[in-house]
Write a protein that binds this ligand. Structure first.
Ligand code: GLC
Length: 446
């Protein structure tokens, strides 16, 4: 996981109501809080890793970098990349039905192959592959018809570019200090391509990757940020820009406690790889995805769930299945997911939970196959109403161990009627008498 470094001397510090501190770049044209609003409410995004690596079904870019295949054999895949069954309308439909509110697609991975229209033709899908067309623009247009926000993944490092420093794991081309003008040329190329993406696609979100090979000043990170925001002041930038991003992006590792960032997004594969690999059958089940998604939103984050289409543009049926089940669950439980905030801290409930923005409604998530009775601890509020979301309008919790003369709350036992269980994850909705108040004490000895 990458560490989000805030460059304080360039920034204005803003305090978040619940104690977080984050930084906004001084040159930003609008307030970061307004800009992040849709992202904070969205909860679910779909990540798409599509590129020539799907021709042979090998690791995206890393396969030549790590010398599992020669560079020439890797690039030969350009000839086999057809996009012959690519149907952006169908992709947008699948994404919308999954419950996702945004999607992020690889416009260029570490292999330097561009899937968008670029004046740099050497490694462009539009020029060098059988697909012969811009693959990003039609997807963004279909997504936007469905009100889904559009994100462009862009690798800062480009192991194919002759002016880039790095190439294979054990051989690099040069060091910046030995040839500054070459590096300047590369930075201009990056800025130009990022500008092409801004102007042609106007992404709602820029998702950078590969920043680990150089520092902020080498990448000209502040220039990249300013250039993007000059074109679209509302564009969100992920955290892989050496301190110049807006939110943090842990990868594959699911947090246990709430990360200390105001906004974060876990990116995760549906099986074990980002791109399409036929031998990888380790698909996560709908329950596994729904339970980790619940954990992520309960900890105040978003999930960016990855799919890897084949070279012809078909999405594997296994991925479609999981996204369909996830979407069904999201639509049954909308109010517990979208526009909510992080739920209870660890220790109060054995499972995930979320809160309404004003924190007067608490949603508890219980696995579909759990025991019928769930327990909530330390709630000081009075519960006005309890229901199983979309299943039972009213149920009555039992308060156990509440002593009239003590301020220590009793335990709330809730029995989920067996005919009200969701096949994957049941949500219990508790309406409280006001903003949530919790008891953190040791029991009150006398
Ligand atoms: C890593 C990998 C890359 C993948 C990305 C997704 O940075 O280098 O292959 O695209 O994670 O988050």
């Amino acid at each position: 996981m990458r560490i989000f470094k805030f460059l304080l001397f360039f920034t204005t510090i803003i305090c978040w109501p619940d104690g977080f501190v984050f930084a906004q770049q001084k040159t930003d044209p609008i307030s970061i809080k307004n800009k992040m609003e849709w992202f904070e409410d969205a909860k679910l995004g779909i990540f798409i890793h599509w590129g020539i690596y799907s021709v042979k079904g090998i690791d995206e870019s890393w396969s030549f970098y790590n010398k599992k295949i020669t560079y020439d054999d890797y690039m030969d895949e350009l000839k086999g990349f057809t996009a012959s069954n690519y149907n952006p309308e169908e992709w947008a439909e699948i994404i919308a039905k999954s419950g996702a509110k945004y999607a992020v697609i690889t416009t260029k991975h570490h292999d330097g192959v561009s899937l968008f229209e670029t004046k740099y033709k050497e490694r462009s899908i539009t020029e060098k592959s059988k697909a012969k067309r811009d693959l990003i623009k039609p997807l963004f247009s279909e997504l936007r018809k469905k009100d889904i926000k559009c994100g462009a993944y862009f690798s800062l490092l480009d192991w194919s570019h002759p002016d880039y420093t790095g190439f294979l794991k054990d051989s690099s081309r040069y060091s910046i200090s030995s040839n500054i003008s070459k590096w300047e040329k590369f930075c201009q190329f990056n800025l130009d391509q990022i500008d092409e993406i801004s102007k042609q696609l106007n992404p709602d979100l820029f998702w950078f990757d590969g920043d680990w090979e150089h520092n902020a000043s080498d990448w000209k990170a502040s220039q990249i940020r300013n250039q993007i925001l000059e074109h679209n002041a509302n564009a969100i930038i992920n955290g892989r820009l050496q301190g110049y991003g807006d939110y943090e992006t842990p990868e594959q590792n699911i947090p246990i406690s709430r990360p200390a960032y105001p906004w974060w997004e876990l990116c995760m594969t549906l099986n074990n790889n980002w791109g399409w690999q036929p031998q990888d059958t380790a698909w996560k089940t709908p329950f596994e995805i729904i339970s980790l998604f619940s954990d992520v939103i309960g900890l105040g984050g978003n999930l960016l769930l990855d799919i890897g289409p084949r070279e012809d543009g078909t999405i594997p049926s296994e991925a479609k299945f999981v996204l369909g089940e996830l979407g069904g669950w999201c639509s049954r439980n909308k109010s517990a997911i979208y526009n909510t905030r992080a739920g209870l801290p660890n220790g109060f409930f054995h499972g995930a939970s979320t809160l309404s923005i004003d924190s007067t409604i608490l949603y508890l998530f219980a696995p579909g196959n759990c025991d019928s009775q769930i327990v909530l601890k330390g709630l000081k509020n009075k519960i006005i109403h309890t229901e199983i979301l979309n299943r039972a309008d009213q149920i009555t919790p039992k308060i156990v161990g509440k002593i009239s003369w003590s301020e220590v709350p009793g335990r709330v036992f809730i029995t989920i009627p067996s005919n009200c269980k969701d096949p994957y994850m049941t949500v219990v909705k508790l309406t409280l008498d006001g903003p949530i108040k919790l008891y953190f004490g040791a029991g009150g000895f006398h």
